[in-house]
Design a protein around this ligand. Structure first.
Ligand code: NAD
Length: 281
């Protein structure tokens, strides 16, 4: 991997949740190239370990930790381990998040004809909605409580949350995920104000649409032609293409660098090829 520009984060400790996943795995690799020590936290320890090994094999400093972002005691004990291995956290990236099929409708619009035959809004399962709100919102709040406590006395610290396009305008079928990501954008601003008398800045990235291994099958048919959802996404993206996940890295480096963005606080930056700017007309 080659960074779009270099920043120096030598001796900084960066804690990344969801680091075994597609986007935060890549963020971990990118940030390791700045010289920082990377703590990769994930419920899926094996996935985090694979990413950590990739980094150490290239000469970077990284370690994987099994961590459930919904279990505060667990996060606290992981903080103790990181303290022994690397020191206190300077930069926290709250990346763990996701949706759940139990909180997703089958169709975009209510249709009386299909009632009872498809999963409609009325069939959404409370446990699915709770899962999505907890993972995205509490899963950002709890690690922030634990790690930001060590950041309040630092002269340069930063929190990055991961929002989404659906925080600006909800996407069809996924009301809980949309609401939970709207809460993340809102919480990002709340944290920025709350910590503004310290040297902690808090900002968020709102990724647009990226093809990853996870969503490839939803976006493209086996013969490589786009699915109907892909056509809708691309029609709503003025640049007319999906993003490459690496295109998020420049924004990430900008936000974590005090030299580059020292007066940027409480923003949610869309990286979306113009999706959130376009009304469709
Ligand atoms: P991903 O599913 O590849 O990674 C998420 C990671 O979080 C997984 O490794 C998973 O094991 C981990 N995780 C789940 N529950 C956890 C828990 N309780 N504790 C700790 N770890 C847990 O997802 P991704 O596509 O890399 O997305 C990363 C972030 O970006 C998420 O917040 C997602 O909502 C957001 N996002 C992604 C996209 C996209 O296009 N992929 C777009 C907008 C926003």
């Amino acid at each position: 991997m080659k960074l779009p520009f270099n920043i120096d984060l030598k001796n900084k400790v960066i804690v990344i949740t969801g680091a075994g996943g597609v986007l935060c795995g890549m963020f971990s690799e990118a940030l390791a190239l700045t010289g920082a020590k990377i703590a990769l936290l994930d419920l899926n320890e094996q996935a985090a370990d694979v990413q950590a090994k990739k980094i150490t094999e290239c000469g970077g400093i990284a370690k994987a930790y099994k961590c459930n972002v919904l279990d505060k005691e667990n996060i606290e004990s992981v903080r103790e381990e990181i303290l022994k291995d690397f020191g206190t956290c300077d930069i926290l990236i709250n990346g763990a998040g996701g949706n759940n099929p139990k909180a997703t409708t089958d169709e975009e619009y209510f249709s009386a004809e299909n009632a009872g035959k498809v999963k409609s809004f009325f069939d959404l399962d409370k446990s699915g909605v709770e899962f999505v709100f907890n993972l995205n919102f509490l899963g950002t709040l709890l690690p922030t409580q634990v790690f930001a406590a060590d950041m309040t006395s630092k002269d340069d610290a930063s929190i990055i949350n991961i929002s989404s396009m659906n925080a600006f305008t909800p996407l069809t079928k996924i009301p809980a995920y949309s609401g939970a990501k709207a809460a993340i954008s809102n919480f990002t601003k709340w944290l920025a104000v709350y910590f503004s008398k310290t040297n902690i800045r808090c900002n968020a990235i709102a990724p647009g649409f990226f093809v990853t291994k996870q969503n490839e099958k939803l976006l493209f048919n086996e013969d490589g032609t786009p699915t109907p959802r892909t056509e809708k996404i691309l029609n709503a993206t003025p640049m007319g293409r999906f993003g490459n996940a690496e295109e998020l890295i420049g924004t990430l480096l900008f936000l974590v660098s005090k030299e580059a963005s020292g007066f940027v606080n409480g923003v949610v930056i869309p990286v979306d090829g113009g999706f959130s700017a376009y009304s469709g007309v």
